[in-house]
Design a protein around this ligand. Structure first.
Ligand code: ATR
Length: 262
């Protein structure tokens, strides 16, 4: 049996284990996919054991950067994002950036794109946008120094910082809003006035569950995508890396999950 897993901390039943288990059954693949919680004090020991014993794995918060110390090499994208979310044969890959851009709407490369958040997910989002030729990228974050580090990391690309305290005004000037922060994951709302979204053409909120922001968009007919789209996109890429991708079957498993049928 080939073993796969999601490495995380703290424990949360993941969408990955739910969907990949269904998918493995459907393709009659002799494999398993489990959620593994690794505590930070034991990361080094456990990750070495997992790397030896698992065919491949995904890795998420808070380890997407730390894992880079324990993989023998990385894809070029992983290096440029400075984060790994997928491992195969002791090599690290980043599939988040491809997952993000896969469902990004057709829009002009000059569109004003305002990104909230300056953590690991935001790095993958920025990399995707830069690599796909978007020119007007603005970044805002609760802690401004993290936004400054992020734009420095992406130099020479010209990403401009906007004041988090002034989000209402910034939203009025932007075409597209991307929430790449974790706000909404536990039902939290942003403090900006949602009326400021009225000129926004598209919202991409990478939070998986229906956040208050997504609910607002749905109720007010603002085009939006939630984090499940990004999950699906990166999951397709993981399966390709692990050499177990059957496009049609995976799409069927995904559609059935979205419809609530098995
Ligand atoms: P991920 O890998 O999912 O991006 P992360 O690296 O921990 O996770 O980053 C979380 C992001 O969400 C950060 O930009 C964080 O802002 P700070 O840099 O100020 O910590 C943002 N975030 C988390 N909780 C927040 C909150 N309550 N309000 C605003 N931003 C928040």
């Amino acid at each position: 049996m080939k073993k796969f897993a999601l490495i995380q901390y703290p424990f949360k039943k993941s969408l990955s284990s739910l969907i990949f288990e269904k998918y493995f059954k459907k393709i009659r693949f002799d494999g398993s996919y489990e959620d593994i919680t690794v505590s930070p004090d034991n990361f080094e020991n456990e990750i070495k054991i997992i790397t030896e014993n698992f065919e491949g794995f995904n890795i998420t918060n808070p380890y997407k950067n730390l894992i880079m110390k324990y993989t023998e090499n990385f894809s070029d994208d992983a290096k440029k994002i400075n984060a790994v979310n997928c491992v195969y044969n002791k090599s690290g890959y980043n599939t988040d950036w491809k997952g993000f851009i896969k469902f990004f709407p057709e829009c002009g490369k000059d569109s004003g794109i305002l990104i909230i958040g300056a953590g690991g997910a935001s790095a993958a989002v920025i990399y995707s946008l830069v690599k796909n030729g978007y020119k007007n990228i603005y970044l805002t974050n609760r802690t401004e120094k993290n936004a400054v580090s992020m734009i420095n990391f992406f130099k020479p690309y010209d990403i401009k910082i906007k004041n988090y305290e002034n989000l209402d005004n910034e939203l009025k000037k932007a075409d597209i809003l991307i929430n790449a922060s974790s706000v909404g994951m536990y039902g939290e709302s942003f403090s900006f006035d949602h009326n400021s979204l009225k000129n926004i053409k598209f919202v991409y909120d990478i939070v998986y569950n229906e956040s208050p922001l997504q609910k607002y968009c749905r109720e007010n007919n603002i085009d939006f995508l939630g984090g499940k789209s990004m999950w699906f996109g990166q999951a397709q890429e993981n399966l390709k890396i692990w050499n177990i991708y059957h496009e049609k079957t995976f799409e069927t498993v995904w559609k059935n999950y979205l419809k609530g049928v098995d």
